[in-house]
Design a protein around this ligand. Structure first.
Ligand code: HSE
Length: 314
């Protein structure tokens, strides 16, 4: 626990104080940016956190994950709350946590990052904000393991983030307006652990170079609105070729997106959601969903926008 040497508070949290946090979904990697690029999206979980008099924990879940998520201390958002309160010196305090989720679970849209970031931001506000965004990012990465989703969910916009030894260093950019973002969410889930288990330990130098150039082009394209660059900048050789085996029809999905007029498409994070970046009025969602349908997989189509604010307190 890297924050345990902070000065412990001895007073109470504000009794009866309630904090409400909105935390966005996120799409990680954006094709070539494996583990270093994330974009926040305008699909939200809401975290309502209230201090309890006793040291008990009450956890309620509505919406996505209502029938699946644990209601005990193993709940990821509750773990994040407990961890931050412990670091702030309030380890003996109870809380009531109500999660109203719009982000589908284990689908590649950052549901676990949202749970962690939502819990941390809410607990920080309840504890009168002892920690900075940078501290919260470090705590979130410690829980999540990789930084791209949590950085986007916390900070908003498009985030380039790296781990430099123990520290996370990031740069945030606001994508130019005019980009269509279509997420197609097939009706099955993949755990990040499973999606990472199929990746090789080493990759060929040419594949690393292939992705390096595309990441640089992608950042430029998003910042400058140079959308034609996306036609090459979204390609990847570091993770998607290995993850194809987990998503039936993925190569056909990418081809259908291009055929429908999209600039390109990629696995959102570890998948199985596919995100297409498109000109306005492009129906890539329908084309992608049709490919999944041909494999007997139903899929939801969401037309989304970047969330520029990141997590915020209501
Ligand atoms: N960058 C991570 C991965 C994101 O691709 O495994 C997981 O959501």
């Amino acid at each position: 626990m890297i924050f345990s040497n902070k000065t412990k508070k001895t007073g109470d949290l504000k009794m009866g104080k309630q904090v409400i946090v909105k935390v966005p979904a996120s799409t990680a990697n954006l094709g070539p940016g494996f583990d270093v690029l994330g974009m926040a999206l305008n699909l939200y979980n809401t975290v309502v956190l209230e201090e309890m008099e006793s040291d008990c924990q009450i956890i309620e879940v509505k919406g996505e994950g209502e029938s699946l998520l644990p209601r005990d201390s193993s709940n990821l958002a509750a773990r994040a709350v407990s961890s931050l309160l412990y670091s702030a010196g309030y380890s003996d305090h109870g809380f009531k946590l109500c999660l109203e989720n719009q982000i589908p679970l284990a689908s590649g849209l950052g549901s676990s990052a949202a749970a962690i970031v939502g819990g941390l931001v809410a607990a920080n506000a309840l504890a009168e904000s002892p920690f900075s965004d940078q501290d919260i990012l470090q705590m979130a990465v410690e829980i999540e393991g990789h930084p791209d989703n949590v950085a986007a969910a916390l900070l908003g916009g498009v985030v380039v983030v790296i781990k430099d030894e123990e520290s996370c260093i990031y740069s945030r950019l606001i994508p130019r307006e005019g980009l269509g973002i279509t997420a197609v969410i097939p009706d099955f889930s993949i755990s990040t652990a499973e999606a990472r288990s199929v990746l090789p330990e080493y990759v060929p130098l040419q594949d690393a170079v292939y992705n390096l150039g595309r990441i640089a082009l992608l950042v430029t394209a998003l910042r400058e609105g140079d959308w034609d660059l996306l036609r090459v900048a979204l390609h990847d050789r570091l993770h998607q070729p290995y993850r194809c085996q987990l998503v039936p029809g993925l190569a056909d999905v990418f081809a259908a997106a291009l055929e429908s007029g999209a600039y390109g498409a990629f696995l959102s994070g570890a998948g199985p959601t596919v995100v297409a970046l498109t000109p306005p009025d492009c129906d890539a969602g329908r084309a992608i969903a049709d490919v999944f349908q041909s494999k007997n997989i139903t899929a939801r189509v969401l037309q989304l926008e970047p969330c520029l604010t990141g997590s915020y307190i209501l």
